[in-house]
Design a protein around this ligand. Structure first.
Ligand code: YH5
Length: 275
Protein backbone atom coordinates (compact mmCIF):
# COMPACT_ATOMS: atom_id res chain seq x y z
CA UNK A 1 0.00 0.00 0.00
CA UNK A 2 1.48 3.33 -1.02
CA UNK A 3 0.76 6.71 0.37
CA UNK A 4 0.58 10.12 -1.29
CA UNK A 5 3.41 11.50 0.88
CA UNK A 6 5.72 8.55 0.13
CA UNK A 7 5.08 9.12 -3.60
CA UNK A 8 5.90 12.84 -3.28
CA UNK A 9 9.09 12.10 -1.34
CA UNK A 10 10.24 9.74 -4.10
CA UNK A 11 10.21 12.66 -6.54
CA UNK A 12 13.52 14.47 -6.78
CA UNK A 13 12.15 18.00 -6.49
CA UNK A 14 11.14 20.48 -3.80
CA UNK A 15 7.68 19.88 -2.31
CA UNK A 16 5.40 22.75 -1.24
CA UNK A 17 2.99 22.39 1.68
CA UNK A 18 0.30 25.11 1.76
CA UNK A 19 -0.97 26.16 5.19
CA UNK A 20 -4.72 26.07 5.69
CA UNK A 21 -5.67 27.23 9.14
CA UNK A 22 -8.98 26.61 10.82
CA UNK A 23 -8.25 28.36 14.12
CA UNK A 24 -10.37 31.44 14.85
CA UNK A 25 -7.40 33.36 16.34
CA UNK A 26 -5.21 32.89 13.28
CA UNK A 27 -4.44 36.40 12.04
CA UNK A 28 -2.68 35.31 8.84
CA UNK A 29 -5.93 33.84 7.56
CA UNK A 30 -8.08 36.31 9.47
CA UNK A 31 -10.62 33.62 10.38
CA UNK A 32 -11.87 33.78 6.77
CA UNK A 33 -11.50 30.06 6.26
CA UNK A 34 -13.59 28.90 9.17
CA UNK A 35 -16.25 26.96 7.32
CA UNK A 36 -15.42 23.79 5.47
CA UNK A 37 -16.57 25.22 2.14
CA UNK A 38 -14.38 28.30 2.51
CA UNK A 39 -11.55 25.98 3.49
CA UNK A 40 -12.14 24.00 0.31
CA UNK A 41 -11.93 27.21 -1.75
CA UNK A 42 -8.66 28.15 -0.07
CA UNK A 43 -7.28 24.62 -0.60
CA UNK A 44 -8.30 24.64 -4.27
CA UNK A 45 -6.62 28.01 -4.74
CA UNK A 46 -3.40 26.66 -3.22
CA UNK A 47 -3.65 23.50 -5.39
CA UNK A 48 -4.03 25.68 -8.51
CA UNK A 49 -0.94 27.60 -7.41
CA UNK A 50 1.09 24.38 -7.28
CA UNK A 51 0.83 23.11 -3.70
CA UNK A 52 1.68 19.41 -3.26
CA UNK A 53 0.29 19.06 0.28
CA UNK A 54 -2.39 20.95 2.24
CA UNK A 55 -1.60 21.26 5.97
CA UNK A 56 -4.65 21.55 8.22
CA UNK A 57 -4.39 22.60 11.85
CA UNK A 58 -7.11 23.13 14.43
CA UNK A 59 -4.91 24.18 17.32
CA UNK A 60 -2.92 27.42 17.35
CA UNK A 61 0.71 26.75 18.26
CA UNK A 62 1.83 30.36 17.99
CA UNK A 63 3.84 31.80 20.87
CA UNK A 64 1.55 32.43 23.84
CA UNK A 65 -1.33 30.37 22.40
CA UNK A 66 -3.66 28.52 24.79
CA UNK A 67 -4.41 24.80 24.32
CA UNK A 68 -7.61 23.80 22.46
CA UNK A 69 -10.06 21.16 23.75
CA UNK A 70 -9.94 17.79 21.98
CA UNK A 71 -13.55 17.90 20.80
CA UNK A 72 -13.19 21.45 19.42
CA UNK A 73 -10.06 20.45 17.52
CA UNK A 74 -11.76 17.40 15.94
CA UNK A 75 -14.86 19.46 15.07
CA UNK A 76 -12.66 22.03 13.33
CA UNK A 77 -10.46 19.75 11.27
CA UNK A 78 -12.51 16.68 10.33
CA UNK A 79 -15.17 18.46 8.18
CA UNK A 80 -12.37 20.35 6.39
CA UNK A 81 -10.38 17.17 5.66
CA UNK A 82 -13.52 15.35 4.45
CA UNK A 83 -14.50 18.25 2.18
CA UNK A 84 -11.05 18.40 0.58
CA UNK A 85 -10.73 14.59 0.29
CA UNK A 86 -14.17 14.33 -1.35
CA UNK A 87 -13.15 16.90 -3.97
CA UNK A 88 -9.46 16.35 -4.59
CA UNK A 89 -6.60 13.85 -4.71
CA UNK A 90 -4.20 16.33 -3.04
CA UNK A 91 -2.05 15.04 -0.17
CA UNK A 92 -3.44 16.20 3.19
CA UNK A 93 -1.46 16.79 6.36
CA UNK A 94 -2.94 17.08 9.85
CA UNK A 95 -1.10 19.48 12.18
CA UNK A 96 -1.85 18.04 15.63
CA UNK A 97 -0.24 16.57 18.76
CA UNK A 98 -3.28 14.59 19.96
CA UNK A 99 -3.60 10.87 19.13
CA UNK A 100 -7.43 11.08 18.99
CA UNK A 101 -7.22 13.89 16.41
CA UNK A 102 -4.63 11.87 14.43
CA UNK A 103 -7.05 8.91 14.27
CA UNK A 104 -10.07 11.02 13.27
CA UNK A 105 -8.05 12.94 10.67
CA UNK A 106 -6.55 9.82 9.06
CA UNK A 107 -10.02 8.19 9.00
CA UNK A 108 -11.30 11.31 7.17
CA UNK A 109 -8.50 11.08 4.59
CA UNK A 110 -5.32 12.69 5.95
CA UNK A 111 -2.03 11.30 4.56
CA UNK A 112 0.55 12.76 6.98
CA UNK A 113 0.69 13.52 10.71
CA UNK A 114 2.57 16.79 11.25
CA UNK A 115 3.31 17.10 14.98
CA UNK A 116 5.09 20.13 16.47
CA UNK A 117 5.43 17.98 19.60
CA UNK A 118 7.25 15.19 17.69
CA UNK A 119 4.81 12.49 18.94
CA UNK A 120 5.77 13.00 22.62
CA UNK A 121 2.13 12.81 23.80
CA UNK A 122 1.11 9.58 25.52
CA UNK A 123 0.48 6.86 22.87
CA UNK A 124 1.10 9.22 19.91
CA UNK A 125 4.00 7.14 18.53
CA UNK A 126 2.01 3.89 18.84
CA UNK A 127 -1.03 5.51 17.20
CA UNK A 128 0.98 6.60 14.15
CA UNK A 129 2.66 3.17 13.92
CA UNK A 130 -0.77 1.52 13.97
CA UNK A 131 -2.21 3.96 11.42
CA UNK A 132 0.89 3.33 9.24
CA UNK A 133 0.93 7.02 8.33
CA UNK A 134 4.03 9.12 7.52
CA UNK A 135 4.98 11.58 10.26
CA UNK A 136 6.77 14.91 10.52
CA UNK A 137 8.72 15.26 13.79
CA UNK A 138 9.39 18.89 14.73
CA UNK A 139 11.78 20.23 17.36
CA UNK A 140 10.35 22.54 20.02
CA UNK A 141 11.95 23.72 23.26
CA UNK A 142 9.31 24.21 25.97
CA UNK A 143 5.61 24.52 25.18
CA UNK A 144 3.80 27.11 23.03
CA UNK A 145 2.47 29.19 25.96
CA UNK A 146 5.95 29.92 27.35
CA UNK A 147 8.52 28.79 24.76
CA UNK A 148 9.67 32.30 23.77
CA UNK A 149 10.38 33.44 27.36
CA UNK A 150 14.10 32.62 27.39
CA UNK A 151 15.18 29.89 25.00
CA UNK A 152 18.67 28.50 25.73
CA UNK A 153 20.93 26.00 24.02
CA UNK A 154 24.43 24.62 24.42
CA UNK A 155 24.69 24.54 20.62
CA UNK A 156 21.36 25.01 18.88
CA UNK A 157 22.24 23.00 15.76
CA UNK A 158 23.64 20.03 17.71
CA UNK A 159 20.84 20.12 20.31
CA UNK A 160 18.15 20.11 17.60
CA UNK A 161 19.91 17.33 15.65
CA UNK A 162 20.25 15.19 18.81
CA UNK A 163 16.59 15.68 19.69
CA UNK A 164 15.38 14.78 16.19
CA UNK A 165 17.66 11.72 16.15
CA UNK A 166 16.16 10.55 19.48
CA UNK A 167 12.58 11.10 18.33
CA UNK A 168 13.33 9.28 15.07
CA UNK A 169 14.69 6.31 17.06
CA UNK A 170 11.60 6.23 19.28
CA UNK A 171 9.45 6.08 16.13
CA UNK A 172 11.53 3.39 14.43
CA UNK A 173 11.47 1.29 17.63
CA UNK A 174 7.68 1.50 17.67
CA UNK A 175 7.55 0.22 14.10
CA UNK A 176 7.30 3.40 12.00
CA UNK A 177 9.37 2.85 8.86
CA UNK A 178 12.28 5.25 8.33
CA UNK A 179 10.94 6.00 4.81
CA UNK A 180 7.89 7.49 6.52
CA UNK A 181 9.68 9.95 8.81
CA UNK A 182 10.29 13.63 8.04
CA UNK A 183 12.15 15.98 10.40
CA UNK A 184 11.84 19.73 11.01
CA UNK A 185 14.04 22.06 13.14
CA UNK A 186 10.96 24.03 14.24
CA UNK A 187 11.77 27.64 13.40
CA UNK A 188 10.35 29.96 16.06
CA UNK A 189 9.52 27.20 18.55
CA UNK A 190 11.57 28.09 21.63
CA UNK A 191 14.26 29.95 19.67
CA UNK A 192 15.65 33.47 19.56
CA UNK A 193 16.35 35.21 16.25
CA UNK A 194 20.03 34.21 16.63
CA UNK A 195 19.04 30.56 17.17
CA UNK A 196 16.75 30.61 14.12
CA UNK A 197 19.47 32.15 11.94
CA UNK A 198 22.09 29.60 13.07
CA UNK A 199 19.67 26.79 12.25
CA UNK A 200 18.99 28.21 8.80
CA UNK A 201 22.69 28.76 8.09
CA UNK A 202 23.66 25.26 9.24
CA UNK A 203 20.55 23.36 8.12
CA UNK A 204 22.82 21.07 6.08
CA UNK A 205 24.06 19.55 9.38
CA UNK A 206 20.58 18.01 9.81
CA UNK A 207 21.00 16.15 6.51
CA UNK A 208 23.22 13.70 8.43
CA UNK A 209 20.01 12.23 9.90
CA UNK A 210 19.30 10.86 6.42
CA UNK A 211 15.65 11.98 6.47
CA UNK A 212 13.75 14.52 4.37
CA UNK A 213 13.85 18.00 5.92
CA UNK A 214 10.70 20.13 6.23
CA UNK A 215 10.97 23.80 7.11
CA UNK A 216 8.34 26.32 8.19
CA UNK A 217 9.59 29.91 8.16
CA UNK A 218 6.77 31.53 6.19
CA UNK A 219 5.70 34.91 7.70
CA UNK A 220 7.25 34.03 11.06
CA UNK A 221 8.59 36.61 13.49
CA UNK A 222 12.21 35.91 12.49
CA UNK A 223 11.33 37.42 9.08
CA UNK A 224 9.43 40.22 10.83
CA UNK A 225 12.43 40.98 13.07
CA UNK A 226 14.94 41.05 10.20
CA UNK A 227 12.72 43.27 8.02
CA UNK A 228 11.00 45.21 10.81
CA UNK A 229 7.79 44.27 8.98
CA UNK A 230 4.27 43.31 10.01
CA UNK A 231 2.91 39.90 9.09
CA UNK A 232 1.34 41.08 5.80
CA UNK A 233 4.71 42.46 4.59
CA UNK A 234 6.81 39.32 4.99
CA UNK A 235 6.32 37.64 1.59
CA UNK A 236 9.65 38.46 -0.07
CA UNK A 237 11.66 37.72 3.06
CA UNK A 238 9.83 34.40 3.44
CA UNK A 239 10.62 33.44 -0.16
CA UNK A 240 14.30 34.35 0.37
CA UNK A 241 14.38 32.10 3.44
CA UNK A 242 12.87 29.20 1.44
CA UNK A 243 15.54 29.61 -1.25
CA UNK A 244 18.31 29.66 1.37
CA UNK A 245 16.86 26.55 3.03
CA UNK A 246 16.76 24.80 -0.37
CA UNK A 247 20.49 25.47 -0.84
CA UNK A 248 21.09 23.71 2.50
CA UNK A 249 19.05 20.62 1.68
CA UNK A 250 15.45 21.39 2.67
CA UNK A 251 12.95 19.23 0.75
CA UNK A 252 9.47 20.31 1.95
CA UNK A 253 8.45 23.95 2.43
CA UNK A 254 5.49 24.82 4.63
CA UNK A 255 4.20 28.18 3.41
CA UNK A 256 1.25 30.57 3.32
CA UNK A 257 2.11 32.05 -0.10
CA UNK A 258 2.13 29.08 -2.47
CA UNK A 259 2.62 30.62 -5.94
CA UNK A 260 5.61 32.86 -5.08
CA UNK A 261 7.32 29.97 -3.28
CA UNK A 262 6.60 27.45 -6.07
CA UNK A 263 8.09 29.85 -8.65
CA UNK A 264 11.22 30.51 -6.57
CA UNK A 265 11.73 26.78 -5.95
CA UNK A 266 11.29 25.98 -9.68
CA UNK A 267 14.28 28.27 -10.33
CA UNK A 268 16.23 26.55 -7.53
CA UNK A 269 15.37 23.08 -8.87
CA UNK A 270 16.29 24.03 -12.46
CA UNK A 271 19.71 25.24 -11.35
CA UNK A 272 20.28 22.25 -9.16
CA UNK A 273 19.63 19.90 -12.10
CA UNK A 274 22.07 21.73 -14.41
CA UNK A 275 25.55 20.42 -15.32
C1 YH5 B 1 6.60 24.49 11.48
O1 YH5 B 1 7.51 25.32 11.47
N1 YH5 B 1 4.71 25.95 12.40
S1 YH5 B 1 2.27 26.68 13.37
C2 YH5 B 1 3.79 32.45 13.80
C3 YH5 B 1 3.73 33.27 12.69
C4 YH5 B 1 3.49 32.75 11.44
C5 YH5 B 1 3.30 31.38 11.30
C6 YH5 B 1 3.13 35.50 12.22
N2 YH5 B 1 3.19 24.33 12.46
C7 YH5 B 1 5.28 24.80 11.94
O2 YH5 B 1 2.94 28.61 11.17
N3 YH5 B 1 4.57 22.54 11.54
C8 YH5 B 1 3.45 25.61 12.71
O3 YH5 B 1 3.95 34.60 12.89
C9 YH5 B 1 4.32 23.81 11.95
N4 YH5 B 1 6.80 23.20 11.10
C10 YH5 B 1 5.81 22.26 11.12
N5 YH5 B 1 6.11 21.02 10.71
C11 YH5 B 1 3.11 28.27 13.51
C12 YH5 B 1 3.11 29.09 12.27
C13 YH5 B 1 3.33 30.56 12.41
C14 YH5 B 1 3.58 31.09 13.67
Amino acid sequence: MSNRIVQLLNQQRPIVMGILNTTPDSFSDGGDYLSASNALDHAQQMIAEGADIIDIGGESTRPGAQPVALEDEINRVVPVISEIRNNSEIAISIDTSKPEVMRAAVAAGADLVNDVNALRAESAVETCAELAVPVCLMHMQGEPRTMQHSPQYENVVEDVADYLQQRMQACVQAGIKKERIIVDPGFGFGKTLAHNLSLLKHLDALQALGLPLLIGISRKSMIGAILDAEVDQRLHGSVAAAVLAFTRGAKIFRVHDVKPTVDALKVCDAMSNAQ
